[in-house]
Design a protein around this ligand. Structure first.
Ligand code: URA
Length: 198
């Protein structure tokens, strides 16, 4: 019912509604040894069309935010909780999240990232396994076991949230700065920060 080679799902028919609504499976992009793994909710119309996560307006916000903290899209890996576009951009159901969970776990396991950054409520709750008030908790770092390995999850608001609310933009930028610091991206003085505060 589903097939994955390397980090790419090549074929899957586990979610009938998503098989109907997708035009393609949207796999994660970026280096397979990236320090940072960004996890969104699921593909929207642009992603479904182009076959790449975060390429629409949210993607521009993410690209700008990464640049502002000294990173580029090519430096990080970006993926989603579900790899097929839900109809009318609705949230993925619990069942759909569960169906796609194994693929995400394999991607996390293969990548072994320093930090997983969850973009929005759905991926935050999915990976932490609890309810999350993401606006309040954005910027928090939490350790969680995924497939028996301890993983650091940094909570972040969804890039789209920043389009309507200036304060969310600051929250978003602060979380990305923390992600860059944790990944040891050189700061403006050329210094490195490595997990000193965790
Ligand atoms: N929003 C998401 O959560 N994921 C995408 O890939 C694009 C927009």
């Amino acid at each position: 019912m589903g097939e994955m080679t390397d980090l790419c799902v090549t074929e899957c028919t586990r979610c009938p509604a998503l098989v109907d609504s997708r035009s393609r499976i949207v796999n994660g992009t970026g280096p397979e040894d990236a320090d940072l793994l960004f996890v969104g909710e699921g593909p929207g119309a642009n992603e479904d069309e182009q076959g790449e996560p975060f390429v629409g307006r949210s993607g521009s916000v993410l690209d700008d935010g990464l640049r502002d903290v000294g990173l580029a899209r090519k430096d990080v890996r970006i993926t989603n909780c579900v790899r097929c576009r839900p109809p009318e951009n609705r949230d993925p159901t619990e069942e759909e999240l569960g169906n796609c969970r194994g693929y995400l776990e394999r991607e996390i396991d293969a990548l072994d990232p320093e930090v997983i950054v969850t973009l929005g409520k759905v991926p935050s709750e999915h990976l932490l396994g609890r309810s999350v008030a993401v606006t309040k908790e954005a910027g928090d770092l939490e350790e969680v076991r995924i497939e028996d390995a301890p993983r650091r999850v940094l909570l972040c608001v969804h890039p789209a949230a920043t389009l309507y609310d200036r304060s969310q933009r600051e929250t978003f930028e602060a979380a990305l700065q923390r992600a860059a610091d944790l990944a040891g991206v050189a700061d403006s003085d050329g210094g490195q920060t490595r997990f000193d505060d965790f």
